[in-house]
Design a binder for this molecule. Structure first.
Ligand SMILES: C[S@@+](CC[C@H](N)C(=O)[O-])C[C@H]1O[C@@H](n2cnc3c(N)ncnc32)[C@H](O)[C@@H]1O
Length: 397
């Protein structure tokens, strides 16, 4: 007798949520099915919505549960394994080729950093922060991949126009390493015709180098290179977390300053300020609109400490976003980093206007902490390690 397998419920096709669905503009049909061409996508970018993660939906239950445990349970060595597993699970889809992150502590018994954040590589939009805007995102028509020599790639043209012709070529070399630090980077995006292995797609492919989260002697937790040397220009990760309006960040900053640790970074790049100045002629009035907060959600980059002689640097990167005020904060090595060395960047960029720093302290919106970076050029005293809105990324070329 033949048994026919009859499922209790007939399988239903996967229907993506309306938010992510593309609206077809084509009325052509073939054999009764609509013909969905690449042109349909490109000609209707307004409806090509990016998934938008909302800060209010950060899945924080595991963190809150563990935080409510008593100190003895939280200090069990197994906590380290749980956090390492959570990191792997939360990044398995978006960074499938990233080496796993391990947690090390050679200084004391704390098994892992405090369970106060959800591990994520994404940006989670708070109320008042607009979702990714695709309407102004232009795709290049290059195929199979972009060639900087032919000059017709619209992504390269945009890159050049925003960096004052400072980048004659793509920002990355053929090994995916950043060639020009401190210029806005416009990667090829979902509207582009080029292949996934185009040279102008690096940040979107995620981290490739091995890093560790480790305890430092006197700066809390930090980030260290894994067993292999990390070369100058290598992409490390984006400073992910909640994307807040300046007003919300201001309030949070006051709380963070009370316990002397902060994870807030202004989206304050020199080209945004300059752009607004040209546009509106109101240079004094310009303020950064958005701030990244990695306290409740973030990835390993939230543990990067400050150094007066940094080996990593923040750069503004745009992929599927035409709102110039909302770049990704992408962190790249700016020197070769030996295996096991601590990775740090400068919290103050090269913003060394000490007068203005002093003014912030007088106004009460900044607090100085003794810098423990140990670099030869560190004065130890005059570095802002913890300010209300950190991230004076006011780096001039
Ligand atoms: C973004 S967090 C970095 C990770 C932090 N060390 C931790 O354990 O979570 C920034 C905080 O780290 C500490 N920190 C970072 N760099 C430092 C430095 N050079 N000297 C002293 N403290 C530092 C300060 O408390 C600062 O507010």
């Amino acid at each position: 007798m033949i048994h026919v397998h009859s499922p209790s419920r007939s399988p239903t096709p996967f229907v993506p949520s309306t938010d992510h669905r593309l609206v077809l503009t084509s009325s052509k049909t073939l054999g009764g099915n609509p013909v969905f061409t690449w042109q349909d996508v490109v000609s209707d970018p307004a409806n090509f919505k990016q998934p938008c993660k909302l800060a209010k939906n950060i899945p924080h239950s595991l963190q809150d549960y563990i935080n409510r445990m008593d100190a003895w349970h939280r200090s069990l060595p197994g906590m380290r394994t749980v956090l390492e597993a959570a990191i792997g699970e939360n990044t398995a889809e978006d960074e499938p080729n990233a080496p796993p992150i391990s947690i090390v502590n050679n200084f004391d018994d704390e098994p892992c950093p405090p369970w106060e954040f959800y591990y994520t590589n994404f940006m989670w939009h708070d109320e008042g922060v607009p979702p990714p805007d695709m309407t102004g995102v232009k795709g290049c028509g290059c195929y199979p991949r972009c060639d900087p020599r032919n000059g017709s790639c619209s992504c390269l043209q945009k890159q050049r126009s925003w960096s004052g012709e400072f980048t004659p070529d793509f920002a990355y070399d053929s090994r995916g390493r950043l060639k020009y630090q401190n210029v806005p980077i416009f990667e090829c995006n979902d509207m582009c015709g080029c292949d996934d292995d185009c040279r102008n797609r690096v940040v979107q492919h995620g981290r490739k180098c091995a890093v560790q989260i480790g305890k430092t002697k006197n700066k809390g937790w930090g980030v260290f290179a894994g067993p292999k040397k990390i070369y100058d220009g290598t992409f490390l990760g984006i400073y992910s977390g909640e994307l807040l309006t300046e007003e919300v960040a201001e309030e949070r900053g006051k709380k963070y300053n009370k316990f002397g640790r902060t994870y807030l970074f202004n989206l304050d790049f020199y080209f945004l300020r300059e752009g607004k100045e040209k546009e509106e002629g109101k240079e004094e009035e310009w303020e950064p609109k958005y701030v990244v907060d990695a306290y409740h959600a973030g990835n390993f980059t939230r543990f990067l400490n400050h150094s007066c002689s940094p080996n990593a640097r923040l750069n503004a990167v745009y992929i599927n976003e035409s709102n110039i005020d909302k770049p990704l904060l992408a962190i790249f090595a700016c020197k070769d980093i030996e295996p096991g060395a601590e990775i740090c960047f400068s919290y103050s960029g090269n913003y060394d206007d000490l007068e203005e720093q002093a003014e912030r302290v007088v106004k009460g919106d900044a607090i100085y902490e003794r810098c423990m970076c140990g670099a030869k050029n560190c004065t130890g005293t005059s570095i802002i390690v913890c300010i209300l809105l950190v991230g004076l990324l006011n780096m001039a070329l």
